[in-house]
Each structure stands twice: as C-alpha cells, then as structure tokens.
Design a protein around this ligand. Structure first.
Ligand SMILES: Nc1nc2c(c(=O)[nH]1)N[C@H]1C(S)=C(S)[C@@H](COP(=O)(O)O)O[C@H]1N2
Ligand SMILES: [Mo]
Length: 572
C-alpha cells in the first residue's frame, strides 16, 4: 500500500484548518472536564461540608433568587420533585454551556477556559455566600475550577489533530506563516511529524497502516485514552466524595438515635379514614408525607452536634442539646400540616403523629419579654420563619418542638434532628425544619424568608376540602357513584362537608371520626347519577366556628388559595 502521507495524494490545505480540533473530540473534552470539575468539588465538599458543593450551592442560590411566581410554578408543576427538576435543569444547562463553549474552541482552548472560569467564579460566590458553610468551603469550588481548567487544557491539547496533511508545497508554506507559533510541528515534513506523534503516544515510530485522514489513529487513541482516564478519575473522585460525605452525614446519627420514649397519643380509631373508598389514610406514612422546603440538598445535622439557642427578648437565654430536649419529657400529638402553596384540590397536605415537647412551655421557661411579637426561627441552612408569639403562647395551641414523626426520629427530609410544628398555621410561618435558633423579637426587627418574597406575615390555615373519588375525568357506569375526600380546618375543626352534583342542591356527607380539631377529617357520600354523560361535583367544608368555605377562587399568594374543589367525570 502506498504511504498515505504521500503529498501527491492529497489536495493542499492550509495548516490552520488542519489544526482545528474535531468537533466530536471537543464535545468529549468538554463533558469530561465538566465531570472532573463537579467530581473534584464534590470530593472536597465531602470534607468541607456538603453545603460547600458548588453545584448544590449554585442551586440553592438559584432557589433563593428565583422570583416567587416561578417558585410557585415549580411547586405546582413538579410538587415534591421540584428539586430533581432543578438539578436536571442545571445539569442540562451546564452541559449545554460546556458544549457551546467547546465548539467555539476549535483552534484555541480559550473560549472553554473562559467559560470554566466564569462558571467557577459563580460557584465560588454561591458557596461563600451560603449561610451554613464553614471557612474551608471555598476550597470546593476552587478545586472544581482547577480540575475543570486542567482537564480541559490537557484534553484540548491532546485533541488537536497530530498530522496536517501535506507538509510541503505552497499552501502549507503559506499556512505556516499564519499558523500558530505554538505548534512548531506544522511546517515539518509529514513523516517527521508522524514519528513525533508516535513518540508521544506509543513510543514507536512505525506509522499505522491505515493513516487515511489528517487525524491519525494514534492521535485519536491517545485522546480517547486520556479522556477515558480523566473520566474514570472523575468517577472515582465523585464516588469517594459520596462515601466520605456519607460517613459524616446525619443518616448514621439518626440511625443510632435513642428511641423517643413519649406519653403515647391514642391510636386513631378505625373509622378515622375511609381509605377503602379512596381517601388518604388518617396518618400519612413518613415516606408519603409531602415535602416542601428551599433546601436543594437535605441539611445534614447530626443530633450530637445539634444545639437550639433561644434568645432575643427573653429573661434567660437557653441553649439545648438533643438530650436536653429528650429529658424534658416527650409528648405525642397528631396534627395535619399543610402548605400555603397547596392549590385547591392539591396534594400538599399530610398528617402525622409528632413526638416532642410543648413549644409554649419552652418559651415560658425562657421567659418572653414584654413587647415581643414574633418568634423568628432559623434552620441550619439559613431559612427563616416568623410566627406570632401570642399564638405560640396560647395554652391550648399545641405548638411543638418535635424530634419524632410517626414513632421514628424525624426523617432527614422532614427536619432531623428537630423541627417546629404549630397546629393551624401554614408551614412557611410555623414549621421550621432543622431548626437551630429561636429568636424572640418584633415584626419590625426581623423579616422572615417568605415575607420578603410577597407572602403574608400571618397565615392561619384556611378551611378547605378536596374530592379524592371519583378522580378527575374518570369514566364509570351510571347509577350509584361514591364520592369521597378530605376536609381540614386545623385548630378550629371540621363540622360539616357538603357535596353537590351538577350545580344542584348541597347534600351533607358522612364524616369520619372526630379525632381532633388539629387534624383532617374524611368524608364520603353516595350520589345517584342516573343520566349517562358528563357530570361535575363540588365540595365545601364548614368548620366548627360556623364558617363555610367561600366559592370565590383565589390563588395561593399571599396567604393560601380559596374556592370549591370541583371535578368532572363521565358516566356511561
Ligand atoms: N428549614 C426549612 N423549614 C421549612 C421550610 C423550608 O424551606 N426550610 N419550608 C416550610 C414549608 S413552606 C412547609 S409547607 C413545611 C413542610 O414541611 P414538610 O416538608 O415536613 O412537609 O416546612 C416548612 N419548614
Ligand atoms: Mo409551605
């Protein structure tokens, strides 16, 4: 076979063109460099604290900076999966940016380097401005930056095609003049160049037999080996970060937490729900309990490290450990928690048995000063919540500092090691998870997280009801149709639920056992739906204060949605 690097077999081409990196290699280099950056940051963050992870810090900062309407949309659209949606979106954005910058880097790595530097600085700023990171946290984004740039520059250099086609002739000579001074190999004769390439890669000067393009297989192989190696190192570093981080996280602390011995709440009676008719169970299993918070990665607070500080307008500051709280004598209370972002008919409502101590008693122990208006509670990750202090001090309110949920230590996602729960108030003004600080203060002195984002200062739960059966747009035989659902009016209690079919008269539904005013009630009603076709049912609750749910539809902002839940279904 004739040597394919014979100049006579190829049209002359400018050397500059030959020194362009093939697009496929650029994309590989970019993706591997991105993986290396993320893995390095993840590994260092495992030592510096999980909140130091640049990816998570950027995500958390994005959450804090996101306008309320967009957050609202995300919660409405993705519900509890909103964080996964954000991470997937961020990953796609990073890959997109990396690929775009890579494709702009065919001759020089500079565009890619600039992108890594810019993204790296964004990550650095995001990390150092997190409220819950230590001094070493900046090392994680710096490690990302260094690993990203180094991998990119290495792979870009390796990706450059190693041969340039004909090395003699006028075109090449011309190209040499405009070519990059940093690539002195360009003007060399092709065979010399090949041997140089081979020296670098395999240590042999024998040209491979199938050299048919300007990118020789040794060059391609060398690039792929380097890229594969870098990807493997990134994978190992990422896994190591997971292992190291996992060893320090709160899961093991939770697993080894002592059992929470409490005066038990009575088990709910068997007629506390109509689960067979399609309502939720009275108690929501922990893994089915709705989750809403701004924390992209679940805050990791080992119980042994946890402290709760109670300070501000108090007679005596308190600082409690986990054992201090346990020793106060634990109680259990069943209560229904719901989110202000719950749309009419929404899913952001659940019920659990919480184990803990009375929050009012705790505040009385600290001694609330005259003129105090709000309890500003903060979580380990810097989220804040303002609760009216007079509500918390009501003797029969039942507000709690909770350590347990449904007989277990709080799940990490629900606030381990400790959180607040207050019957009758939406979560954002009452239910601080991973709580570490309670400051007794005034409304003017401190503004909580969601207040600054347009939500109301005071947010008692609105009396509401929901239809669970039939499910929306269901089809069923005409005749008897069982409707069933839930109603809630925490701390007031549900007195009545009514249902109406096709705009007819309101019919009273059967209610489940009245477990407490702080928990939801289930309802069911048999309807005669004889006419085949489309039908509509609506429900409304009346609470024990005599208030009947308004039909007026309002959105969730600023203090919770109103309106009758209405669904349509078809009989045939
Ligand atoms: N630390 C922290 N606590 C928080 C929040 C948060 O974002 N961060 N969100 C609150 C909101 S809006 C609600 S509705 C409840 C939800 O509690 P859950 O996730 O246990 O259901 O937690 C509250 N506690
Ligand atoms: Mo919420």
């Amino acid at each position: 076979m004739a040597p394919t690097n014979d100049p006579s077999q190829k049209p002359p081409q400018p050397a500059t063109a030959a020194r362009r990196v093939p697009r496929a290699r650029l994309v590989i280099a970019a993706v591997v460099a991105l993986a290396a950056a993320l893995a390095a940051g993840h590994l260092v963050a495992a030592f510096a604290g999980p909140q130091a992870s640049p990816l998570l810090a950027v995500g958390n900062a994005a959450i804090d900076l996101t306008p309320s309407w967009l957050k609202d949309f995300a919660i409405a659209t993705f519900g509890t999966a909103d964080k996964i949606a954000l991470l997937v979106g961020m990953g796609a954005t990073l890959v997109g940016l990396a690929v775009a910058a890579a494709l702009a880097s065919r001759r020089s790595p500079a565009p890619g380097t600039v992108l890594i530097a810019v993204v790296g600085v964004v990550g650095l700023v995001a990390v150092v401005t997190r409220p819950d990171v230590g001094r070493l946290a900046a090392l994680a984004p710096l490690a990302s930056l260094v690993a990203g740039v180094a991998t990119w520059l290495l792979l870009h250099r390796r990706a450059l095609p190693s041969t340039t086609g004909p090395a003699t002739g006028p075109a090449t000579a011309t190209g040499t003049a405009t070519g990059s001074a940093s690539h002195p190999a360009d003007p060399e004769p092709a065979d010399t160049h090949l041997s140089t390439d081979a020296d670098l890669s395999t240590g042999t000067s024998t040209p491979p037999p199938d050299t048919g393009t300007s990118t020789s297989p040794p060059g391609r192989r060398r690039f792929l080996v380097t890229a594969g190696g870098a990807a493997a190192i990134a994978g190992v570093a990422g896994l190591a970060g997971g292992v190291v981080g996992g060893a320090r996280d709160a899961a093991s602390s939770r697993a080894s937490a002592p059992p929470l011995r409490a005066r038990r709440a009575p088990a709910p009676p068997h007629d506390a729900d109509f689960a067979k008719l399609g309502t939720p169970t009275f108690l929501t299993p922990n893994d089915a309990f709705y989750r809403i918070d701004t924390a992209l990665s679940v805050p990791q607070v080992p119980a042994e490290d946890w402290r709760l500080r109670i300070h501000g307008m108090v007679d005596r500051e308190l600082e409690l450990t986990y054992d201090d709280v346990r020793r106060r004598g634990l109680i259990e209370r069943q209560l229904t928690l719901c989110c202000v972002s719950n749309q009419v008919g929404g899913e952001l409502i659940s019920t659990a048995t919480f184990t803990g101590v009375d929050l009012g008693d705790l505040l009385r122990d600290a001694g609330v000063g005259a003129g105090a208006q709000q309890l500003l509670s903060s979580s380990s990750d810097g989220w804040t919540c303002g609760t009216p202090i007079d509500v918390l001090l009501e003797r029969d309110r039942g507000a709690m500092l909770a350590l347990g949920m449904n007989g277990e230590p709080l799940p990490l996602e629900h606030g381990f090691p400790a959180r607040l729960v207050v019957p009758g108030l939406y979560g954002y003004v009452s239910a601080t998870k991973w709580v570490t600080d309670l400051e007794v203060t005034t409304w003017n002195a401190r503004r909580a997280y969601w207040l600054d984002r347009g939500w109301a200062r005071e947010a008692p739960v609105k009396t509401q009801s929901r239809i669970d059966r039939p499910s929306a747009n269901a089809t069923m035989p005409a005749g008897r149709v069982i409707a069933a659902g839930i109603a809630w009016a925490q701390h007031t209690g549900v007195a009545k639920v009514e249902v109406r079919l096709d705009g007819g008269s309101w019919q009273e539904a059967t209610l489940s056992a009245d477990v407490s005013d702080d928990t939801w009630r289930m309802w069911h009603l048999a309807l005669d739906v004889d006419r085949p076709g489309n039908h509509r049912i609506a429900c409304r609750a009346t609470d024990k204060s005599g208030y009947t749910q308004t039909s007026e539809r309002t959105g969730v902002l600023p203090d919770g949605a109103t309106g009758h839940h209405t669904i349509t279904f078809t009989t045939e």
